[in-house]
Design a protein around this ligand. Structure first.
Ligand SMILES: Nc1nc2c(c(=O)[nH]1)N[C@H]1C(S)=C(S)[C@@H](COP(=O)(O)O)O[C@H]1N2
Ligand SMILES: [Mo]
Length: 328
């Protein structure tokens, strides 16, 4: 067995654990919604979906087989023309301050007992139909069809990854609550659960918990902004922000909040978590820009995790064609 193979085996509990999570997660969704979710997942209609889901729930299939069967149809429009980050590398290189302040490789372990089912997201504020969505809603409501997109992702601390997220455009969820015309900003709030989140306990008083982020309405409604429910064809692992997070690929990573419980539509610009503490370092917009250094380091280059690649940072993280017009 090669050295690489051995190393992979050593950290293999992660995908295996995710696979088991996926099984119980899907079981909890109930059979009816399995079919519905499957229809969105395979794109081949209800009957095929039912078959593949059914088979996938048989014990003994390896996690890669599961991954193949549950992959949402990939939206070719957003396909990156580069080698994707290894799943295990992404799963063991995370940032989730509620569990552990700082960058960490063992967040998958620290988040192990975090309860993600049941879960609700409340969408409220300046909208005609405020409502709560549960897990099942996000997988089964019409119009929230899941797809897979490969996106670049850039942390402000100059590391990058290229990963396949599964989810749907946030604007589709917004449409369900019918925003009012004075809804100009969208604020996201992460779950506040100190008994399961050791980072919340150890930093009480240091940080303004719970974590909150925000976008302008036009940014939130942009087709690139994803409500993410999965990655690498599986439900989102806890360390990546299960069960639901937002991904905004042209902004620094902290603008992509995890484990969201509340979305508020607001008429005025709110403060964000990091902006509250260090407005010069983490301003509201925080678009990826190689020409604007962080006050303490350059943003000209980025390190691709799991590789030796150091590559130039791209303006808007490579999404200028799609988003530059938002900022003229
Ligand atoms: N709730 C919450 N969301 C968060 C963070 C956090 O600490 N708490 N960290 C952010 C930062 S700085 C980054 S780089 C990304 C990391 O996402 P990943 O661990 O899935 O790679 O999550 C972002 N979302
Ligand atoms: Mo980050």
């Amino acid at each position: 067995m090669s050295q690489t193979r051995l190393q992979l085996d050593k950290i293999d509990p992660t995908p295996q654990q995710q696979y088991l999570n996926r099984r119980s997660f899907l079981r909890k969704l109930g059979y009816g919604s399995l079919i519905a979710a499957g229809a969105g997942v395979t794109g081949h209609g209800v009957v095929d979906a039912k078959t593949s889901q059914h088979e996938a729930l048989q014990p003994g299939l390896d996690s890669h087989e599961i991954l193949k069967r549950f992959s949402a149809p990939r939206n070719k429009k957003y396909d990156l023309d580069i080698k994707l980050t290894d799943e295990l590398v992404a799963a063991t290189h995370n940032n989730f301050y509620e569990f552990l302040p700082g960058q960490a490789g063992n967040l998958w372990r620290i988040t192990e007992n975090f309860t993600i089912d049941p879960w609700t997201i409340e969408v409220t504020g300046r909208c005609r139909r405020p409502r709560k969505f549960d897990i099942e809603d996000l997988f089964t409501l019409p119009g929230l069809d899941h797809e897979e997109r490969t996106y670049r992702f850039r942390c402000v601390e100059a590391w990058a990854m290229d990963v396949p997220w599964t989810g749907f455009e946030l604007n589709k969820l917004m449409a369900k609550v019918e925003p009012l015309s004075d809804a100009k900003f969208v604020r996201f709030v992460t779950v506040n659960r100190p008994q399961q989140m050791p980072g919340l306990r150890s930093t009480q008083g240091t940080y303004p918990w719970p974590y909150f982020e925000a976008l302008r309405m036009d940014e939130a409604m942009h087709p690139l902004t994803l409500m993410v429910t999965g990655v690498y064809g599986r439900p989102l692992p806890r360390q990546h922000g299960a069960p639901f997070r937002v991904i905004v690929p042209w902004k620094y990573g902290y603008k992509s909040p995890k484990s969201i419980v509340k979305i508020e539509l607001l008429s005025r610009q709110p403060k964000t978590f990091w902006e509250t503490m260090q407005p010069d370092e983490y301003p509201f917009l925080s678009n990826v820009n190689p020409n604007v250094p962080h006050p303490r380091w350059s943003q000209a280059f980025e390190r691709v995790i799991g590789t030796r690649v150091r590559r130039p940072t791209q303006i808007y993280n490579g999404y200028a064609k799609e988003v530059a017009q938002l900022y003229v």
